[in-house]
Design a protein around this ligand. Structure first.
Ligand SMILES: NC(=O)c1ccc[n+]([C@@H]2O[C@H](COP(=O)([O-])OP(=O)(O)OC[C@H]3O[C@@H](n4cnc5c(N)ncnc54)[C@H](O)[C@@H]3O)[C@@H](O)[C@H]2O)c1
Ligand SMILES: [Zn+2]
Length: 670
């Protein structure tokens, strides 16, 4: 195709996407897809040397919503240049190095200081610009088109962490940050909401640009601030000074900021942030690298769209869109029926996605997907779990209906809907439920029967009519030999493994039983508290709910599980056949006199003399509590080699840090 023609197409298409994203807060495509088209346009513009008048590459943001009072920013707000890989990051830095050394060559008596860099998180929310006059918050606005934004003071005032007055009273300043919705808040909101919100970015943006501040308030937003854009009576030498100013004036500043004099260390920090991404309680779509020195920033200046002194390093996208092709229904060990979606194969975060979860029928309704077969949907993949379907692409037409099964796809039994889920209640006659129960019973965290798999369970079900876990303990060598792919060795190994499982402790046994709503930490708690199987089986709802972390639903589940005559008979059979299910002997008492006793400790970075798990175990034996993230409650951080943002945060918070591994080992031995 003729490049000009393609450019026209791209400008039009991106214009439409911009409108839906910036103005309506309801994107039609994922950022991943938008960015691919945008990059194509940039490439064509470079190749042809031409830029169409409406090109999004020359503009910040999109059209303003009517209904809000426009606010003219005292200095313009910018977008950010972006790098998608290390090479592009290096290119950015090379340009910075070149521009600054050119400047130094021309100004030998007043050279710029050596380059240094700040690395921050790139929050994915809505840009906020707050105006304070003589210490009072007088306006808050969106970025808009960079020059004029929408006044959303009443909406921003619903964010509890935004200060309404600040100690700095010397004239007018404008401060920029990002309005966000915490992921835990989004999750809680979505549990209640009639129609769940697709993602935290649009949730925050949509709430802040809602004409009714009451709606904004309901979303319980938060904000991080990272820039002073305009100030009449104060200047900053560098980024650190500016950040300190923000902190002193009670703005919420994100703790994950690090500073480097050496550009080669920046890449390692970006890697660190990427690894921590999934543990953060807010969305980030990358990190921002900024030159710290303010005079250097002025020298580097701006393009039409972004500052040359900063660059956004974009992480791999977690969302994209694809076509929902079909839905199949799986039966779990508890009889719960889960819909599994097949989608048109699509690349996401380095893998090809073909299957997505739809959770349950309640979710299908709430996400408005009942008539979505054959239409485009948004999907999200975080961590390594199976991706989730978030909802329909807004302007898609209705598709085919997702028809719910009336009968169990495995056994034909009529299904029952309870809450959001469909269930097959044919517990003793439904193969996947039984196979699932036996497989769960034998799994690692349960009775840990080595080499046992769901395939083994299926084979034993089909060929030896195994119908419950207790039957494992009456399997015979001769009958195993008759099974396909079972030789003498394999049969013997399996019997040995089953024999060995008889001595698993009480907590593992309770977990193996597969009590509904009861996970590993609960079964451990039960074992520790009650000390014997008989006592657990006799516990009442009141006794159970008196324990920390056990709520009404879990307590009811446990009591009714043990009240079931079938479960009682099954447990009885296992005990008769030699299963011990004993609580371990009381462990060594935890020490209270060591350096670490009673302290909350975080381990980070690489240790050389022992693994992090070993270190954690030793610390716990000395009466320390080992946790994963640094907060005000942390007493001590042990920082090994290449410790990253946790160390930075500890220093920011003034938490005690041990960076010398030998010193740490010595204290462990004391
Ligand atoms: N899905 C869509 O249809 C669609 C449409 C338009 C744009 N987009 C997305 O938006 C991106 C470009 O948009 P943009 O110009 O709004 O944003 P940007 O990616 O260029 O980044 C600039 C913004 O980053 C924010 N930011 C977050 N943390 C920051 C920090 N620590 N320091 C400084 N700024 C920080 C600021 O709000 C700033 O306005 C695209 O790459 C695309 O992914 C998507
Ligand atoms: Zn069934």
């Amino acid at each position: 195709m003729d490049p000009m023609q393609r450019m026209e197409e791209l400008v039009e298409e991106l214009g439409k996407y911009n409108y839906h994203y910036y103005t309506l807060d309801e994107p039609l495509v994922s950022d991943k897809e938008y960015d691919a088209l945008y990059d194509e346009l940039v490439r064509l513009e470079t190749e042809t040397g031409m830029v169409l008048p409406d090109s999004p590459t020359q503009r910040v943001g999109g059209e303003l919503l009517s209904g809000f009072t426009p606010h003219r920013h005292l200095v313009p707000l910018w977008s950010l240049d972006k790098a998608q890989n290390e090479e592009q990051l290096l290119n950015w830095n090379n340009r910075v190095v070149k521009l600054t050394s050119d400047y130094n060559a021309k100004n030998p008596d007043n050279p710029l200081p050596p380059l240094s860099y700040a690395v921050e998180l790139k929050f994915d929310g809505l840009t906020l610009n707050l105006t304070y006059t003589d210490g009072k918050l007088v306006q808050a606005s969106t970025r808009g088109n960079g020059v004029v934004g929408e006044g959303i003071l009443a909406q921003v005032k619903t964010i509890k962490s935004v200060p309404l007055t600040i100690p700095f009273r010397d004239g007018t300043i404008e401060v920029q940050g990002e309005g966000i919705m915490n992921l835990s808040v989004l999750e809680a909101y979505n549990k209640q909401a009639a129609e769940p919100l697709k993602n935290a970015r649009n949730a925050a943006a949509g709430a802040l640009r809602n004409l009714d501040p009451k709606t904004t308030a309901k979303r319980k937003l938060s904000a991080y601030f990272y820039n002073v854009g305009y100030a009449e009576n104060i200047t900053f030498r560098d980024h650190r000074e500016m950040m300190n100013f923000l902190r002193t004036n009670k703005f919420k500043v994100n703790p994950f900021i690090s500073y480097f004099d050496d550009f080669s260390e920046v890449a390692a920090q970006l890697q660190q942030i990427q690894e921590q991404r999934s543990s953060l309680d807010y969305l980030i779509d990358g990190a921002v690298v900024k030159i710290t020195d303010m005079r250097t920033r002025e020298v580097l200046g701006y393009t039409d769209k972004f500052p040359r002194w900063a660059v956004a390093y974009k992480f791999e996208a977690e969302e994209t869109t694809t076509v929902l092709e079909s839905v199949s229904w799986n039966v779990g060990r508890t009889g719960k029926i889960t819909p599994l979606a097949r989608v048109e194969p699509v690349e996401l975060a380095g893998v090809t996605v073909q299957n997505c979860t739809l959770n349950n029928v309640g979710d299908i309704e709430r996400k408005n997907l009942k008539f979505a077969l054959g239409t485009r949907v948004f999907i999200r993949r975080s961590n390594d779990v199976i991706p989730e379907i978030l909802g329909k692409v807004p302007d898609e037409e209705e598709g085919e209906e997702i028809v719910y099964p009336e009968n169990c796809p495995a056994c034909g039994f009529p299904l029952q809907q309870r809450g959001a889920h469909l269930f097959c209640d044919n517990r003793f006659g439904c193969r996947p439920q039984i196979v699932g129960r036996i497989t769960h019973f034998a799994s690692r965290d349960a009775m840990d029967i080595e080499t046992f798999s769901d395939k083994t369970a299926g084979q034993l079900y089909d060929e030896l009519t195994l119908r419950e876990p207790a039957d494992l303990y009456s399997l015979e060598f001769d009958s195993l030999l008759k099974l396909e792919r079972f030789g003498e060795k394999k049969a013997r190994n399996l019997l040995d493994a089953i024999e060995a499982s008889k001595s698993r402790d009480l907590a593992s046994f309770l977990f193996a039983l597969g009590i509904p709503n009861t996970g590993k930490s609960t079964t451990k708690l039960l074992a520790d508290h009650f000390g014997s199987l008989e006592a657990v089986m006799a516990a009442s709802v009141e006794e159970l709910t008196a324990l920390p972390d056990i709520g009404g639903i879990v307590a009811e589940s446990i009591v009714s599980f043990f009240a079931d005559p079938f479960n009682q008979a099954s447990i009885h059979k296992m005990l008769e056949r030699g299963v011990q299910a004993k609580a371990p002997e009381q462990a060594e008492p935890v020490r209270t006199d060591s350096y670490f006793s009673g302290k909350t400790v975080v381990l980070t970075g690489t240790l050389h003399q022992l693994t992090r798990d070993e270190a954690a175990e030793r610390l716990e034996a000395l009466g320390a509590k080992v946790t994963g993230s640094v907060s005000k409650k942390t007493d001590l951080v042990i920082a090994g080699e290449k410790a990253g943002s946790k160390l930075t945060k500890a220093k920011d918070l003034g938490v005690e840090v041990i960076e010398d591994e030998d010193e740490f080992i010595r204290l462990l031995g004391d």
